[in-house]
Design a protein. Structure first.
Ligand code: GDP
Length: 200
């Protein structure tokens, strides 16, 4: 899919105030610093569409971007940032859960996982929650350029093995690098094909 237009629409903390639109929507979420903003900029080929995190945990907002006038890309706040207070964490959980539960337009979430790290409980628990709430998701293993191919394959295998302890099968996954563009075509093709099916 060629990205011909990408524009910021709105930011908010209230799922009820998200754009009133029937366009298909894809949400990007992951731990702070996982490379989410860089990935969104890489996918859309815009330098600063998503703000890369100078101060992780600060931007606890649901950000909607309109892509090619035909679908929404949603940048959700990073989770698991240690310095955020307990009450901030609760608020975060509340609006993220209501976003996922209320947003009928959501086609799928992309859960970003740093390909360098061992599986973290917070990510596994979050995916478990998505599964229990029947929210379709894919995994994106980010920062692939930081690993040699063998180490990358090994880490993905470790991740799959852990997932398969609770999941019947490994969710669909992508490997990305915002530095060299790895994964861009595959992720955009995935979105494109679903949009075709839903008539956009
Ligand atoms: P966010 O907090 O998830 O939005 O993460 P950012 O996109 O701000 O990235 C966090 C840090 O990781 C920044 O220093 C980025 O330059 C770096 N980074 C993000 N993606 C990649 C990648 O694919 N490769 C490399 N080498 N560094 C990355």
């Amino acid at each position: 899919m060629k990205i011909t237009a990408a524009e910021f629409i709105t930011s908010n903390t209230d799922p009820a105030k998200c754009p009133d639109s029937s366009l298909p929507e894809y949400a990007f979420i992951g731990r702070s610093n996982v490379g989410k903003s860089s990935l969104i900029n890489m996918l859309t080929q815009r330098k600063n569409l998503a703000k890369t995190s100078g101060r992780p945990g600060k931007t606890q907002l649901i950000n909607h971007f309109l892509i090619n006038n035909s679908w929404h890309l949603v940048d959700l706040p990073g989770y698991g940032y240690a310095r955020v207070s307990k009450s901030a964490k609760k608020t975060f959980q509340k609006f993220i859960t209501s976003y996922f539960n209320q947003r009928k337009q959501l086609i799928a979430a992309f859960v970003l996982i740093d390909s360098r790290h061992a599986p973290q409980p917070i990510d596994l628990e979050f995916m478990q929650w998505l599964g229990e709430n029947q929210i379709p998701f894919c995994i994106i293993f980010t920062k692939a350029d930081k690993l040699k191919p063998k180490a990358l394959q090994r880490n993905i295998k470790v991740y799959s093995d852990i997932m398969l302890e609770t999941w019947e099968e490994m969710p669909q996954y992508f490997v990305s690098s915002s530095t060299d563009g790895t994964g861009r075509e595959e992720i955009l093709e995935f979105i494109y094909h679903i949009n075709q099916q839903v008539g956009n």
